[in-house]
Design a protein around this ligand. Structure first.
Ligand SMILES: O=C(O)CCC(=O)C(=O)O
Ligand SMILES: [Fe+2]
Length: 234
């Protein structure tokens, strides 16, 4: 399912959009089970909270199985094709992680941008494995903030809490966001978990020649359009 022209415009204007697609329930359940098992078995690389509990699983792509299936799924890549074109790479060294947020979790509560420069931003895809709402800390985003080039961290911290809008989501639902948008996770004030996955995608870099090891092609092909193509015999 591709995005409508209106949805594409809104993504460019606001810097984010709720995707019209969602992951089927059986995949959401499989993702939760696989993640909880990797937490229980402490399958590295992981990050821990101060109290020692594992709250983040990194390198989802390398974990394979349902994680890799999800990263390459049509539910993500079909709408992303409307934003990024037919040739899409998945970024291995940004995001590519699962988060378990509980009461007292502090991860990503501070307003931030996922990338620093507008000329090479990414599309961040947030997948919610449980319903998120105001109580358990749905994502908060500042619409249009991707267009403010000079917003450094202190300014962002000031404007985030006053200007962000909370975006409640259902389990299996997704937000696609320009990585320059100022955003934060909300605080989980419930006794339940709040599980989510964060992924990053690029369009293929048309001026990069060699295969970049920290990105994998998930749709289309690597095209090269550098103006030295003739000299290189390409
Ligand atoms: O889960 C969220 O609401 C936000 C996560 C986030 O900002 C991140 O992983 O960079
Ligand atoms: Fe983020």
């Amino acid at each position: 399912m591709s995005l409508s022209p209106q949805e594409m415009d809104l993504f460019r204007h606001n810097g984010f959009i709720r995707l019209p697609t969602r992951h089927p329930n059986d995949r959401v359940e499989a993702l939760k089970s696989a993640a909880l098992k990797d937490i229980e078995d402490v399958v590295e690389p992981v990050s821990r909270r101060l109290d020692g509990h594992v709250h983040r699983l990194s390198e989802l792509w390398d974990r394979g199985g349902v994680f890799r299936e999800t990263i390459q799924s049509d539910e993500i890549l079909d709408p992303l094709e409307s934003l990024l074109g037919p040739n899409i790479e998945f970024q291995l060294n940004r995001h590519n992680h699962f988060y378990l947020r509980e009461k007292g979790s502090t991860a990503s509560l501070e307003f931030h941008r996922d990338v620093g420069q507008w000329s090479r931003t990414i599309v961040t895809v947030l997948i919610y494995l449980e319903d998120t709402n105001l109580e358990n800390g749905c994502t908060r985003l500042v619409p249009g903030s991707h267009l403010v080039p000079s917003m450094t961290a202190p300014e962002g911290k000031e404007i985030g809490p006053t200007q962000a809008v909370p975006v409640p989501m259902e389990a299996g639902g997704m937000i696609a966001m320009d990585g320059m948008v100022l955003h934060a996770a909300g605080e989980n004030r419930t006794d339940q978990t709040r599980m989510s996955i964060t992924l990053g995608y690029h369009s293929v870099d048309e001026f990069a020649r060699s295969e970049e090891k920290r990105r994998v092609l998930v749709r289309g092909e690597r095209t090269y359009r550098g103006n030295d193509r003739g000299r290189l015999g390409l």
